[in-house]
Each structure stands twice: as C-alpha cells, then as structure tokens.
Design a protein around this ligand. Sequence first.
Ligand SMILES: CC(C)(COP(=O)(O)OP(=O)(O)OC[C@H]1O[C@@H](n2cnc3c(N)ncnc32)[C@H](O)[C@@H]1OP(=O)(O)O)[C@@H](O)C(=O)NCCC(=O)NCCS
Length: 450
Amino acid sequence: MDSDKLKEQVELIRQVFEYVQLFKGKTIVLKIDGSVMDHPFLPMLVKDLVLLHRQGIQIVLVPGAKERINDVLTRYNIPWKTVKGTRISTPEAIPFIKMAAFDVSNRLMTQLAENNTSAIIGNWVRARSLGVLKGVDYQETGTVENINVGLVRKALEDGLIPIFPNIGWSATGKPYNISSNELAYILARSLKAEKLFYIFPHQGVNAVEYTLPERISISSEGVVTHLSVDQADSFLELNAGKAQDEMVELIRLGCKACAEGVARVHIVNGKIEGVILKEIFSSRGCGTMIYTNEHENIRPMHLADIPEVLRIMNPFVEEEILLPRNEEDLAAQVDEFVVYEVDSIFHACGALFPAPDASDRGEIAAIAVDHTYTGLGIGKRILSFLVDRARSLNIKNLYVLTTRTADWFLQFGFIEGGIQDLPANKRKDYNRLRNSRVLLLDLEDFRSVP
Ligand SMILES: CC(C)(COP(=O)(O)OP(=O)(O)OC[C@H]1O[C@@H](n2cnc3c(N)ncnc32)[C@H](O)[C@@H]1OP(=O)(O)O)[C@@H](O)C(=O)NCCC(=O)NCCS
C-alpha cells in the first residue's frame, strides 16, 4: 500500500475512535422509509446499526410502513383515500393498517435477531385523533400526543433497541394510524437525541427541484449539503407551494427538531451502502444535513487548538501556499485566528488581522481547509465569518496576499490590486521573492457565493 493511502486510512481510524468516544451513550433516532425496508441493502444497514449499538450508541428505530399498508389494503380489497398526503384511515382499514405496521417492525426485529441483538416493540406512544380538518374527517388517523419517555429510556439503558411501529393509542386504548415521519421527530425531541436520521431512497434535497435561499452549499451531485435552521426556515417559505412534497415535510420536521434541541438532522439515501457510518464517522456526509446555525462550528482559536491548526496548515505550508508559522507565532496571534470544528474534529482555520496603521483596513490570511473536507463550503463559511468579524470591527476594506488562490477569492468580490495598495507597514514587509498577488475587497462588494 502506498504511504499516502496508509496515512489516509490511519487518519480515518483515528477519527472513528474519536467519534465513538463522542457518541457513546448518545441517542440516535432513525426513520427508515418503507421503500428502503424492501431494498437489498437493508441487511447491511441493519448490520451497521448493530455496530453502532455495540459501541454504546443508543439506537431507536421507526420503520415506515406506507408501502406495506398499501399492499395489505390492496390484497384485502379495502379502498383508501389520501388528502394532502395524509391517509384517511377508516375503522374498516385500521386492523389491516395495524397488521402492516407491526409486520415491518417485526421484519426489523428479525434482522436484529439475526445479528444477535435484542430489540423490543412497545406501546409507548399516546395518540389522539387528527379529527376534522377543513371539512375532511380523518377518522382513525391520529397525531402523536406524547411518548412514555421513562420506559423507552429504561429499554435503552437495558441495551435494547426500541422499534416503533407507526401506531399510537389513545388513553382508552384506541389505536390510531400516525405518521412515522412525525413520530421520529417527536421521539428525537423527547429523547433529546443527538441525531435524527431520515433514511430515504433519495440523496437529500435535489437543488434543481426547489427554490433555494442564498448561500446554500450544493455538492457536485447537485444535492444541498447543509441547511442551518435559518436557511431551512427560508427554504420552507420559498417552497410553501409544495407543502405536500415529502422532502419539504422532512425539512419542516428537521427544522423543528433542531430548534427544539436535536443537534443535527440528516436526510440520507438508504440505498447507498454504509451511508449511516459515513454520516456519523466522517462528518462528510452524502445527504442533506440540517443544523442549528451557520457559524455554529466556527469559534475563536484557543491556545490548546494550536497543534490541530498547525496540522491543517502544514501541508499547504509545504506546498508554499501558506506562509510558515510555528507554535509561538500562533500563540502570539491567538486572538486573530478562528477554527472550524465539528464534533471536536478540526476541519479548518482562518485569520483576520486588523491593519496596525489603518483602522479601517484588515488582512485575511491563513484560511486553510483540511484536504479531507474541501469542496463542502467550509472555506466560504470561514471567509464569511471573517467578513462579519471585520464589519463588527468597523473595518471597511480587506486585502489578502496569495500565491495560488486568487481565483477563489475573486468570486467573492475581491479585485486585483498591487503592492502600492497595501498599508505602509505591509508594503514595507512585502516579500518580493514570494511575489504574492494582492487582492482587495471593499466590504460593500462582498458577494456570498451559493
Ligand atoms: C481555497 C480553500 C480555502 C477553499 O476551501 P473549501 O472549503 O474547499 O472551499 P469551498 O467549498 O468554499 O469552495 C470550493 C470551490 O473553490 C474552488 N477552489 C478551491 N481551491 C481553489 C483555488 N486555489 N483556486 C480557485 N478555486 C479554488 C473549488 O474548485 C470549488 O469550486 P466549485 O464550488 O466550483 O466546485 C481550500 O482549498 C484551502 O484550504 N486551500 C489551501 C490554502 C489556501 O489557499 N488558502 C487561501 C490563502 S489565505
């Protein structure tokens, strides 16, 4: 094996160890869509969940049963109707709906048993009738009222995997057909879950199908990679006309879950092998993630972060893209640097140096993104954070000295300048051997790039 590949693998193993530590004892709720339940990758997915469970991560499962319910109702010649995406569950249909819902839960139970893992199906969901909405009587279709959190916690602490069919019961024991998407969101919120996964047959939000707010990062496959809660709110406003679209519904639930304390909501494609492990252990996921706020992962650098910041910068220093800095340099510049950190793993850094001899000017420097995480919009977010920081310091103009990254900066509204445009101090120290290009930005012209 070549040494680069080996280095990459060792790095990955280190990350996995760190993540396992981080998520031990934390709860993850996963809704598995009905179509994924029928996919040949389901056994692999279950195996991955079992691996997570064995590392001490608490797993809660909500299988979707829509397809199975359709099959059963068709087989028994029971007609059904949906209004705005919600099934009207007639008294005649409800026993069959219950049968289908428990059938998919049992299938998961069997898969877990095959992996030597104990699971439990319980009647822990209190529901009530959805009632009559805008003249439509939804009959035995219900909505979740609450969860018996104490009993679910106990099952989790006993090392069991609770499975929730999409059925809830009234105080008098009447069963209702409830939405598994809604159930997963309420479970995540009630159990204060670390993560909520919607495992679907699609790769997250397809950018061309929706109207997107500004400054959204989109992967090379055309999928929206992250949405802060604020961005998710704007997404919902912009796509209000598509309220019945399931993806819009998932964004709505994901947004609520984040606003109510769930750290991250992931909408991922269950037909990709290993998707859950990738999403949990690499933080470079392959679906759409909703998270609490855009600058959430960016914070001022602390002295203890210096070794990690050097680790990120060093490869670029070796390529002469960044100026060399050592520990002492960074310790002296600790107030100017910021870091981008997800789940205690450092992805990037950057700095803003107010010009000592011109109070309305500042220098952007040392933006570096760990090569594993490039192309995810992290660089843009660091720059936009530094621009906000510059504004808060009343800086009006920024400059940057760069040898190889001019094109990247130009897209944000930077323009080409020369040595003569630098503040006097910087002009004096300009390294003619390095011969960096000088780029200038009037903050009024800053363009955030989607
Ligand atoms: C440049 C850098 C900060 C970009 O970070 P990032 O998180 O990958 O950037 P984003 O995801 O926000 O943007 C990615 C886009 O920038 C482009 N890009 C990356 N490096 C580039 C460069 N040197 N020149 C031009 N474009 C570049 C990518 O091709 C990608 O384009 P696309 O969106 O059309 O696919 C990062 O690659 C890096 O750390 N480079 C080395 C250090 C450096 O040059 N720092 C700047 C000097 S202060």
